[in-house]
Ligand binder design. Sequence first.
Ligand SMILES: Cc1cc2nc3c(=O)[nH]c(=O)nc-3n(C[C@H](O)[C@H](O)[C@H](O)COP(=O)(O)OP(=O)(O)OC[C@H]3O[C@@H](n4cnc5c(N)ncnc54)[C@H](O)[C@@H]3O)c2cc1C
Ligand code: FES
Length: 279
Amino acid sequence: MYNIIEKQVLNPQMTRLRVQAPLVAKKALAGQFVILRVNETGERVPFTIADYSREAGWIDIIYQTVGKTTMLMDTLQAGDAIADFAGPLGKPTELEGYQNAVVVGGGAGCAIAYPSAKALHAGGARVTMVAGFRSAELIMLENEMHAVSDELLIMTDDGSNGRPGFVTNALQALHESGARFDLCVAIGPIPMMRAVAELTRPWGLKTIVSLNPIMVDGTGMCGGCRVTVGGQVKFACVDGPDFDGHLVDFDELRGRNGAYRACEQEACRLFQSAKEERR
Ligand SMILES: Cc1cc2nc3c(=O)[nH]c(=O)nc-3n(C[C@H](O)[C@H](O)[C@H](O)COP(=O)(O)OP(=O)(O)OC[C@H]3O[C@@H](n4cnc5c(N)ncnc54)[C@H](O)[C@@H]3O)c2cc1C
Ligand code: FES
């Protein structure tokens, strides 16, 4: 069992859990993830390692409450335990040798982009971070992102905080003002990653995206996380989750991610009605 040592609600949709997992923390690197099961009958769900301490032996995961398992996670408190917590899985993001990077996070994707910004900053790169949220109440990790960026641009779709507009507006403005980067890391919803990749393509700017296909085993055996990159079949759990954004087949990814939507909605409905009955 893996003890939850801290729980923090970051905004109405996002929560951070700090989990005691010394063996995972010992080897964790930016870009990797864990697969957990809340209890013995729980489904296996992947979450990015948002932060870690090798010395204290903890891992932070930051999750968005979107369905049955994340609702179940919401019921856990500090002092409770998670049954399985396997990792670190996947390849670490390749972040060495860059001097001037722009890290773009969209909503929940900021939790996944933050460790890349932190690793780039620690490696001596100049980091510009662009973080986009739908509105002010959803802004999270502002202090953390600030601490690992030379420049932090907060964008909100409705202009209720920071600058109004999408992350692509900020990126375009940076380019027009003469900013030139040697790496772009873009993590967020599929349409956002695709839009960033299309913007940076004509600039010839290397753009890494982190893909979130359905995963089951996380070891390259089940094929659930199959994606197409540059016309080749890849398994995101072992070949990724990071890939060259200019080569990803985003249409296929979106289609495959929607394959179980009806089952997910039904599981969510059953979980909520069981919860109501217990009240
Ligand atoms: C490598 C990787 C890292 C991820 N990191 C994070 C993270 O740091 N924070 C975060 O909030 N989310 C992350 N996700 C997505 C997260 O795994 C899903 O949101 C979670 O599984 C939802 O489960 P649910 O039962 O609450 O929702 P469901 O109702 O089951 O599903 C809601 C959404 O989650 C997706 N999903 C469901 N099951 C899985 C699964 N087994 N694998 C992948 N996606 C699934 C579905 O496509 C759907 O869009 C990551 C996914 C991957 C592949
Ligand atoms: S999750 Fe099974 S092959 Fe990747």
